[in-house]
Design a protein around this ligand. Structure first.
Ligand code: NAD
Ligand code: WQD
Length: 346
């Protein structure tokens, strides 16, 4: 029996594949490579010394998905595949609704057809909308402020309806806070296209000299130093949370949402300071206007995941900074071929 990992060559998916393989699971990966490269999976094999099937396939392609389920004995699904950029979702809402919602719909239809009723879904703290009451608990009212967030909310509701129709389903809705960091080997990590929107990849590219300076979006939030506070979580801790969720849904039917965060917030300037201390790199920055749509403070109450999944984040902010930098500095072009090598100078 194998675990099907959709979106497994992406940032969080590739780290979860490493944890699954290291824990002895067999896996099958499906990804259309819309936002990732197969090199990440080559490195997953290299890190774990284990092989697995990879299908370059789109979740929207129901026939292809049926073939994958027919060819493999799938026990459960961890579903990462989806588009994830908030700004892009505002520009291209139909593309987001189609890919994220229809992709999940097709996946669930095929799962149902093959009698596979266990799914761990990548949700997001974005489903808490403009919530400023912290720490954020799973039972707070949900809302979304952009099409990307609405796809997560709608998928959560779709999965709840599915469970209501057949309570043999076991469903974990994992609401990630702010994943950063990379595998400690420096072999896999986050490989954003173009200029990063998120804080940590921006900082690492400033440290690498690819970007001139960080713009700190707002210094007048009601926080200790006025800059935005978030719950950053190491991607390896996050990946391990998926294994704990899998354990639970395999044994206990039901549908439950879990916050995956550390329960502690850090401001932008605290992240800059931690990064500088750990790496010895200087991060020049200037204070800029607030970024539209941002909230001041957001951090999780992770007690439910601890209580019901037996999961807590273990890695420190220093680990997150060190590992993000190790990945960036040893892979300046991410997974892209080294340009001098590609040009024949290697
Ligand atoms: P990612 O873009 O690195 O990985 C997503 C993968 O899904 C990519 O490899 C992409 O090629 C693939 N994919 C997209 N649409 C597909 C389709 N129709 N068929 C097959 N494959 C498809 O993103 P990530 O950061 O690893 O995020 C994984 C999941 O976690 C996403 O659902 C994202 O919304 C969610 N999430 C991410 C964050 C974050 O900050 N990274 C936070 C909260 C939630
Ligand atoms: C963190 C802090 C910024 C960049 C986003 C999505 C969310 C989720 C995770 C998927 C904030 C500040 C940032 C910069 C800055 N993704 N910042 N300068 O906004 O908490 O969450 O990614 O589900 O849906 O909205 O993360 O890393 O963009 O920002 O000052 O160049 O860093 O204002 O306070 P965010 P982020």
């Amino acid at each position: 029996m194998a675990i099907l990992v959709t979106g497994g060559s992406g940032y969080i998916g590739s780290h979860t594949c490493v944890e699954l393989l290291s824990a002895g699971y067999d896996i099958v990966v499906v990804d259309n490579l819309a936002n990732s490269r197969p090199e990440s999976l080559r490195r997953v094999r290299e890190l774990t010394g284990r092989n697995f099937r990879f299908y370059k396939a789109d979740l929207l392609d129901q026939e292809e998905l049926m073939k994958i389920f027919a060819q493999n004995k799938i026990e459960a699904v961890i579903h990462f595949a989806g588009h994830k950029s908030v700004g892009e979702s505002v520009q291209l809402p139909l593309w987001y609704y189609h890919n994220n919602i229809t992709g999940t719909l097709v996946l669930c239809k095929v799962m149902e057809k093959y009698g596979v009723k266990k799914i761990v879904f990548s949700s997001s703290a974005t489903v808490y909308g403009l919530q400023e009451r912290v720490p954020i608990r799973e039972d707070l009212p949900l809302s979304a402020t952009n099409p990307y967030g609405r796809t997560k909310l709608m998928i959560e509701e779709m999965l709840r309806d599915l469970h209501a129709s057949d309570n043999g389903w076991g469903i974990a809705l994992l609401r990630y806070f702010n994943p950063i960091g990379a595998h400690e080997s420096g072999r896999i990590g986050e490989d954003p296209n173009g200029t990063p929107n998120n804080l940590m990849p921006y900082i690492t590219q400033v440290a690498a000299g690819r970007l001139k300076e960080l713009r700190v979006f707002g210094s007048d939030y009601p926080t200790a130093d006025g800059t935005g506070v978030r719950d950053y979580i190491h991607v390896v801790d996050l990946a391990r949370g998926h294994l704990k969720a899998l354990d639970r849904i395999v044994n206990t039917p039901g549908v439950e949402a879990y916050n995956l965060g550390t329960g502690r917030g850090y401001s932008v300037l605290e992240i800059v300071a931690a990064f500088e201390t750990v790496t010895g790199c200087r991060i020049p920055y200037k204070i800029a206007e607030r970024r539209p749509g941002d909230i001041g403070i957001c951090y999780a109450d992770p007690a439910k995941a601890k209580r019901e999944l037996g999961w807590t984040a273990e890695k420190t902010i220093e680990d997150m900074c060190r590992d993000s930098w190790r990945w960036q500095s040893s892979n300046p072009n991410g997974y892209a071929e080294d340009s001098s090598f590609a040009a024949g100078f290697g």
